[in-house]
Design a protein around this ligand. Structure first.
Ligand code: NAI
Length: 255
């Protein structure tokens, strides 16, 4: 079974993986899962201090990872990071576009600033990182891009028009990238989590959490590891005939 592989059977041995927004939450778990499977992991987050702290924690666990304080909305910062990654590793095999924010409000109260901020980080950030790494992946004739979407991008949600639009955009972007690069050995898929226990969802009141739980057939919120496991599957050769897909990880909520 791929998730029990050890030693020689490490699934991401010799792979270089960049995970955005990986100082905490789902991104951190994806980075740790990939490191455990033998990948050289690059942590990238707008929160430089937390990224460096996460790097220290990974090092204490025996994983030698790189860490960058980068805002994915700034293409020059992404390019600068990529050049440093290439200086060290000469290649990049996996990109996980995970950095994301939410600024919830009902349409009538949703400010232009909050609309722009969410679209900028979630959608433009994904485009920026995809554009930067694809230059290298096209030359390598191999690569694997995984975008973290959300079930909200499929079913919508009152108070989350900006977030839903950004995540629906990511699903469409995923399909276009998959079609554009398939013939060059590059796959691109998305993962659409439901409600996962992280700091992003920690603000939900017990009332709201109770209502949510009633809508989830599996009866519990997901964990970052539930998402990371699917990302590992998509990053590994176990999924080599899958591209352009969005895999939903939501306990059955949106079916
Ligand atoms: P989180 O808020 O715990 O972590 C997000 C990380 O992204 C933070 O470390 C943050 O500093 C970083 N980040 C924010 N803006 C950035 C920027 N401009 N450049 C670089 N890094 C930036 O969130 P969580 O819950 O771990 O979410 C990760 C991804 O999963 C997001 O894309 C989110 O939309 C998505 N997701 C989360 C769900 C949940 O229930 N927690 C459900 C569905 C999707």
């Amino acid at each position: 079974m791929f998730w029990l592989s050890k030693g020689e059977n490490l699934q991401l041995k010799d792979k270089v993986a960049l995970i955005t927004g990986s100082a905490r939450g789902i991104g951190r778990e994806i980075a740790l899962t990939f490191a455990k499977e033998g990948a050289s992991v690059v942590i990238c987050d707008i929160n430089t201090e937390l990224a460096n702290q996460t790097q220290k924690e990974f090092k204490a666990m025996g994983f030698d990872v790189l860490s960058f304080g980068v805002d994915v909305t700034k293409f020059e910062q992404v390019e600068e990071m990529l050049n440093k990654i290439l200086d060290k590793f000469k290649r990049i095999d996996i990109l996980v576009n995970n950095a994301g924010i939410a600024r919830d409000n009902l349409i009538l109260r949703l400010s232009e600033a909050d609309w722009d901020a969410v679209l900028n980080v979630n959608l433009k950030g994904t485009f920026n990182c995809t554009k930067a790494v694809s230059r290298v992946m096209l030359k390598q004739k191999s690569g694997n891009i995984i975008n973290i979407a959300s079930i909200i991008g499929m079913i919508g949600n009152p108070g989350q028009a900006n977030y839903a639009a950004s995540k629906a955009g990511i699903i469409a972007l995923t399909k276009s990238v998959a079609r554009e690069f398939a013939s060059r050995g590059i796959r691109c898929n998305a993962v659409a989590p439901g409600y996962i226990q992280t700091e992003m969802t920690a603000k939900l009141s017990p009332d709201v959490t109770e209502k949510l739980l009633n809508q989830i057939p599996l009866g519990k919120l997901g964990s970052p590891a539930d998402v990371a496991g699917v990302c590992l599957f998509l990053a590994s050769s176990e999924s080599s005939y899958i591209t352009g897909q969005t895999i939903v990880v939501d306990g059955g909520m949106a079916m």
